[in-house]
Design a protein around this ligand. Structure first.
Ligand SMILES: [Zn+2]
Length: 508
């Protein structure tokens, strides 16, 4: 290839990223039966070759810490590594997507369901024996067919990154390039688990007894899905009001829910559509898809709020920013905007204004929201601790399923299954993005209350502030930099404000 320049890398890199994103959107939303990534990787071989990687390594090593050039170079290098690793794994990813969208679970009683809809059906199953039977059938299929695909992917990705010799091992390479300290975060997570243990032990039995009529010792992860589905509150969250309520709130804070037509909502039921909602920017900021498969009740409200945060962020990025600031960077940032919105499900004023929950249910619901919050953060802390061990492993992958079950079950009390050790795994440390987003979201929320009052979500000055101060910047800054900018003199990112919030919610 001739003369790969930074400009060329940006232009072709953007075109490649757009094509991959569009293909993922089509396949994961059920519009296409299978994703075809390989032809895309072939088409952009020039920006995914050795020369491109060398160029970004050179830029990263040849620019001074703290400069704008170094910031850009770090993002481009991380993207190169991820894309080059994915290129060598494209065939495996295609096989996995095709498998996921066609796999069928069959229980011992002959009941059949789509693999993609398993989480929805398990959460909605009121009969506990049926629920456990569904989950047994699901996990047998996972162990036999899905787990081997995911294990192979993890092993090959780790081998690829380590073969480049950027640092001593996978974990060190991640820390060097992203600037995120895995060691510190794992220590903070262990502290969070300790600090909230007593609160957890006190609150869990009450919710299990009240919602499912069972004791902590017998509860499984399938029960957790049913408990958190909270179908007893479905009347408060009618499906018919879902989109209208969220759109009304956004308009009240002076935000166009479709961002001038740049956001496209895909909420129709379709076979092959993923159970987990997602946002797929296919051009930033011009074309952003928000994809939701309905579960029913509060889950859908939380999912729509979350994905709206992502979609509004991407659709409002400055269009004069370079590729890396619009598309790449620290995903804790976009996750924090998503969480800022989904945390309205813990906000008394928001719930009373935009749902049918009503005053009679609000206290109980907020206590449940506190329970959910402590559960999810404890689960993610355990996941991060497990994943650091897993990526740091020196070859003994067989030991990981037991470690996974121990770590996750200890943190959440719910019994986890060995089959999920490689499926319930955030590749490339996406769990660090969620955990830091949780922390940043708590600071953003405090900042919004100070500037725009308790009901900032309907303050017409708050929307334009968010667009101007936060979203338009894309992900140019890291989560730490945004925290420092908006909360001058505040503590750095930590779990402290989250613990305060949980205490408040649980106290009622
Ligand atoms: Zn998200």
């Amino acid at each position: 290839m001739i003369d790969l320049t930074l400009e060329r890398l940006r232009a072709d890199g953007q075109a490649f990223t757009e094509d991959i994103s569009r293909e993922s959107y089509l396949a994961h939303s059920g519009h296409k039966a299978a994703a075809e990534f390989t032809p895309i990787y072939d088409r952009y071989a020039d920006v995914l070759g050795e020369e491109a990687l060398d160029l970004t390594v050179e830029l990263f090593k040849g620019t001074a810490d703290g400069t704008e050039e170094h910031r850009s170079a770090g993002m481009l290098l991380e993207w190169q590594l991820e894309s080059q690793a994915s290129r060598s794994l494209a065939e495996l990813d295609e096989r996995e997507t095709e498998w996921e969208s066609s796999a069928i679970i069959t229980t011992t009683e002959g009941r059949q369901l789509q693999y993609q809809a398993a989480a929805i059906e398990i959460a909605n199953e009121k009969d506990r024996a049926q629920r456990l039977m569904l989950d047994d059938a699901r996990s047998e299929l996972v162990e036999r067919e899905h787990a081997p695909l995911r294990l192979e992917r993890l092993q090959r990705e780790k081998e690829y990154i380590e073969s480049l010799g950027l640092a001593t091992d996978y974990n060190a390479a991640f820390e060097e390039i992203t600037g995120v300290s895995l060691g510190k975060l794992a220590v903070d997570c262990a502290a969070f688990l300790r600090d909230t243990q007593a609160m957890w032990d006190e609150t869990l039995p009450r919710h299990l007894r009240k919602s499912l009529g069972i004791k902590p010792g017998e509860a499984t992860r399938a029960d957790a899905l049913a408990l958190l589905r909270a179908s007893e509150y479905d009347g408060g969250f009618p499906g018919g009001m879902l989109q209208g309520s969220v759109a009304r709130q956004l308009r009240e804070m002076n935000i166009d829910p479709s961002a001038g037509g740049r956001i496209i909502y895909d909420v129709a039921e379709r076979p092959g559509k993923r159970a987990r909602a997602f946002c797929a920017p296919t051009r930033v900021p011009e074309e952003v898809y928000l994809v939701l498969r309905r579960h029913g009740g509060q889950n859908d409200y939380a999912a729509l709020l979350h994905e709206s945060g992502h979609a509004l962020h991407f659709a409002n990025v400055r269009d004069d920013y370079p590729f890396e600031y619009r598309w790449l960077g620290d995903n804790s940032v976009t996750e924090s905007y998503a969480m800022l919105f989904d945390h309205r499900m813990q906000d008394r004023g928001w719930l009373l204004r935009y749902t049918e929950l009503g005053k009679g249910n609000i206290e109980d619901f907020l206590r449940l929201a506190g329970f959910e919050e402590i559960h999810y953060i404890r689960r993610y802390c355990a996941k991060l601790i497990y994943e650091v061990e897993a990526y740091g492993t020196r070859g003994d992958w067989n030991a990981l399923p037991d470690l996974y079950v121990d770590t996750l079950t200890n943190a959440t009390t719910f019994q986890y299954k060995r089959a999920d050790a490689f499926v319930d795994f955030d590749a490339r440390y996406y769990s660090t993005r969620y955990l830091r987003a949780w922390q940043l979201q708590a600071l953003l929320s405090e900042c919004l209350v100070e500037q725009f009052d308790q009901d900032w979500y309907r303050n017409p000055a708050a929307g334009p502030w968010m667009i101007g101060e936060l979203w338009s910047e894309g992900q140019r800054e890291t989560a730490e930099e945004i925290a420092a900018r908006i909360r001058v003199g505040s503590d750095p990112l930590s779990f402290a404000p989250l613990i305060r919030n949980i205490e408040k919610l649980l106290a009622g």
